[in-house]
Ligand binder design. Structure first.
Ligand SMILES: Cc1cc2nc3c(=O)[nH]c(=O)nc-3n(C[C@H](O)[C@H](O)[C@H](O)COP(=O)(O)OP(=O)(O)OC[C@H]3O[C@@H](n4cnc5c(N)ncnc54)[C@H](O)[C@@H]3O)c2cc1C
Length: 439
């Protein structure tokens, strides 16, 4: 069994404990790398987009550092493109990635376990299964948690069984797919996007779009009603233009209706037994299928470790992503406060690269430089109709802001070729993006 204070290399483990590789593989996703005894140790909590990218780019930045990722699941399913899974354009299998390449080609160790606590004074991580790992630098990229308490009648249990948010990829993705696809003809699908900061700001509107396209073919008299706790949303103009072109938005026959906050769109209560939601102004709305995507905050472990502030997100130094609360601890991805950057996989990926460079510099006693980030978020309004939002970001006055005139959304033009090409770019981008993270 591994030593209690540090993770040893696989070779050391085999020698000291006399265990076969088979026995070890249940605990560690072993890499084939032997580390120097005095190698510095970077421990990563979470093998999602932020954590996996970080581990790989940490290896690029420092060939000798010991890197261990702690992650409960042996495979990662991307949320990216799960809106396609719901309309049968992808399977979850196609969105599932193993850690084999990171392990075998980059010498990164994986411990398939959950972190339960960290002793910041001792610089030691503890896991659910009782492992203890010492670190020189700790990276935390645990994604999001949901504020179910903002909705009367909603809980994690109800989301798992009756009202899937489907905002973490997995069984809920398939449950929502099945619920919408089995609605009666002419049925109503109610969607409630989150308020405040949340993962993938265009995600709910892409989801509505993909279901609208599916319903045009399979349930043409059905309706999608978006009850929004906001008065606007990401890519507002391009989504509307697409909805007008594809789904009759704004006409009496529109497949999609959208009720803004000021029009009474905020859902405050759910009643899955009676299949209705209640809005802030007391209106009850019946549904045949329903997708409440709850308000969000930093991943549970980030909250538990005290890495969050009053906003329930994690404040960080924007040039390094080191926590403003705990030294030698870095927070990446959706859990962080990243100002103008959206909570996207692409943002987590670019933040991870910045943090890897900064940590490599610090481990060598050097001062990290200034960060530059980039992000592009593609969304589909239909399977052949893409739109995007993108920007390059820099740190100015301590905050992450778009650099110069780099920020922009897809222009609203009358050429159908523009949207068709963006749908193709989206597919190509996704293919290379997941290779950058896991390949
Ligand atoms: C429908 C949808 C569509 C999307 N489409 C896009 C897109 O097209 N482009 C894009 O850029 N982004 C997209 N996103 C957003 C993207 O999925 C997230 O922004 C991204 O996954 C954030 O990365 P992360 O590392 O912060 O969190 P995650 O990728 O969620 O990773 C967190 C990891 O931490 C692990 N973890 C949690 N707690 C612990 C613990 N205690 N111990 C150990 N491990 C732990 C989890 O198991 C998980 O693997 C989409 C999201 C959704 C919901």
């Amino acid at each position: 069994m591994p030593n209690n204070s540090t993770i040893l290399s696989r070779r050391e483990l085999l020698k000291s404990a006399g265990l076969g590789a088979l026995a070890l593989s249940g605990i560690f996703g072993a890499s084939h790398r032997a580390y120097a005894k005095n190698a510095q140790h970077v421990v990563v909590i979470g093998g999602g987009i932020g954590g996996a990218t970080f581990a790989k780019y940490m290896r690029f930045a420092d060939a000798d550092v010991k890197i261990t990722v702690i992650e409960p699941n042996k495979e990662y399913i991307t949320c990216l493109r799960t809106n396609d899974v719901m309309v049968d354009l992808h399977t979850l299998d196609e969105l599932t990635f193993s850690y084999d390449t990171l392990r075998n080609n980059y010498g990164i160790q994986f411990l398939f376990d959950s972190v339960s606590d960290v002793d910041f004074d001792k610089k030691q991580v503890r896991t659910k299964q009782g492992e203890k790992l010492s670190y020189d630098k700790l990276v935390v990229s645990p994604g999001i948690d949901f504020r179910f308490e903002d909705y009367e009648g909603l809980s994690a249990e109800i989301a798992n069984t009756q009202l899937p948010h489907a905002y973490k990829a997995g069984p809920q993705t398939l449950l929502l797919r099945d619920q919408v696809q089995s609605m009666p003809q002419g049925g109503v699908f109610v969607m409630s996007p989150p308020a405040g900061e949340f993962r993938c700001p265009p995600g709910p509107y892409e989801r509505a779009s993909m279901f609208a396209e599916w319903m045009q073919r399979h349930n043409p008299t059905g309706k999608i009603l978006i009850l929004d706790p906001k008065n606007t949303h990401s890519k507002y103009g391009p989504f509307r233009k697409g909805w007008e072109r594809l789904y009759g938005f704004g006409t009496d026959n529109s497949m999609i209706d959208w009720l803004a906050l000021d029009e009474g769109g905020k859902v405050t209560q759910v009643d899955p037994k009676r299949k209705l939601v209640k809005t802030e102004n007391g209106t009850e709305i019946k549904y045949d299928a329903c997708n409440v995507i709850p308000n969000q905050r930093a991943g549970k472990i980030a909250q538990h470790l005290g890495l969050t502030d009053a906003s329930e997100w994690c404040p960080v130094n924007r040039n390094t992503f080191e926590s403003e609360i705990h030294q030698h601890v870095y927070v990446l991805g959706d859990s962080t406060i990243a100002d103008a950057m959206p909570k996207s996989g692409n943002a987590a990926n670019t933040q991870a690269k910045v943090a890897a460079k900064a940590i490599a510099a610090e481990l060598k006693g050097e001062t990290p430089g200034n960060a530059i980030f980039s992000n592009v978020c593609f969304s589909l309004v239909g399977s052949r109709y893409g739109i995007s939002i993108s920007a390059i970001y820099e740190v100015r006055d301590g905050l992450i802001k778009p650099k110069g005139q780099s920020a922009g959304v897809s222009p609203i033009v009358d050429s159908p070729a523009q949207a068709a090409l963006e749908a193709v770019y989206q597919k190509n981008w996704h293919r290379t993006f997941v290779k950058d993270v896991f390949g």
